[in-house]
Design a binder for this molecule. Structure first.
Ligand code: HSE
Length: 340
């Protein structure tokens, strides 16, 4: 399958690395070959080569401070929408930055790919939080896949587990820790590190968004809650329609005070049905030590899914990080590859 990578930041480079590392395994064990023919990044330029781009060379060029236009192939330095539609490829992987108010330019890129008869994989929360219904209909009408496993809990399988399995057990509520950066900060603050130092460390580790305000003010968790509300309950509200509070008001003293009461403060995102209405919210909550969510530390995420038929199911796993998010993309690529 010929693949376009749109966005070549932390996640995009992680995807290139994982495709290189797993090339032999995918070919020999799975009979799948993913040939990256185009890469575009707003900051790093772009390259298109129908025979396939040498990913080692692309990564080396970027790591040594270069630009993608220096990599062999045709240089791209224009807005990619037109290019995406014309490019010869079967899949576009969209990994540009999240804009939760407009979901642009990602939504235009995704529409261009679907119009160009490409399957779409995205790690971008904006388009799924704002335009899930339209984009999934657009994809289905063209007989294409629109997959986004990496948007929630990065590489920990969640969306596919919900869509393919748990949906049939009548989900009533999902509630959990959906942002790795804030969970990392709260965990480190409990150990005595200052808020600022913990935030800087989470940026160094590649957990935080380009604008860490999106993490600490709860917007990233809100985006993920909106995605879950859309996928599980067919919601059609925008993320900022739901109440949202981050961790900026949580102090070290608060963490110590609740710890003495057998609790931990966690940034909790949840969505549930109330009558015919879909409700959702994000905010700090005191969680009793006995609840599975209380023991989730560092950049790990967890989601407790309350179902009518199988009770509570909690999924715990990595929630942020380059390799983890890249794995979410690999999972989706393999799901598409398996259907070809
Ligand atoms: N900034 C996000 C987080 C990255 O910390 O969870 C993964 O979506």
């Amino acid at each position: 399958m010929r693949v376009l990578l749109i966005g070549f930041g932390t996640v995009g480079q992680g995807v290139a690395e994982i495709l290189l590392e797993k090339r032999d395994y995918l070919a020999k064990e799975k009979g799948m070959e993913f040939n990256v023919v185009g890469i575009f990044d707003k900051e790093l330029g772009g390259v298109y080569r129908p025979q396939g781009i040498n990913l080692e060379e692309a990564l080396e060029t970027i790591h040594s401070g270069g630009n993608l236009t220096q990599v062999h192939g045709e240089s791209l330095d224009e807005d990619p929408s037109g290019f995406i539609q014309k490019a010869e490829a079967e899949v576009m992987v969209e990994m540009t930055y999240t804009d939760l108010k407009t979901a642009q330019p990602a939504t235009s890129y995704i529409r261009a790919a679907l119009d160009g008869n490409m399957h779409v994989v995205t790690t971008n929360k904006g388009p799924v939080a704002l335009n899930y219904k339209d984009l999934s209909i657009h994809a289905a009408e063209n007989g294409l896949e629109f997959l986004f496993e990496g948007t929630v809990m990065s590489g920990t399988p969640l969306i596919s587990v919900i869509q393919e399995n748990l949906i049939s057990s009548h989900i009533r509520e999902v509630k959990g820790i959906l942002n790795g950066t804030t969970n990392y900060i709260l965990s480190r603050m409990e150990e005595g590190l200052s808020y600022q130092k913990a935030l800087e460390k989470s940026q160094e580790l590649g957990y935080a968004e380009a604008q860490p305000e999106a993490d600490v003010r709860g917007w990233d968790a809100l985006a993920k809650v909106s995605i879950l509300a859309n996928v599980i309950f067919g919601a059609n509200r925008k993320p900022f329609d739901y109440p949202c509070e981050g961790i900026t008001e949580v102090s070290a003293n608060d963490l110590i005070r609740v710890k003495d009461q057998g609790k931990r403060i966690k940034l909790i995102g949840k969505t549930w049905m109330e009558g015919n209405f879909v409700k959702a919210s994000v905010g700090p909550e005191e969680i009793d030590f006995t609840h599975p969510l209380a023991g989730v530390k560092g950049a790990f995420n967890a989601l407790t899914i309350t179902t009518e038929d199988v009770g509570e199911v909690t999924i715990v796993g990595p929630g942020a990080g380059q390799r983890e998010s890249a794995y979410g993309v690999l999972r989706d690529l393999m799901a598409i590859g398996g259907k070809q």
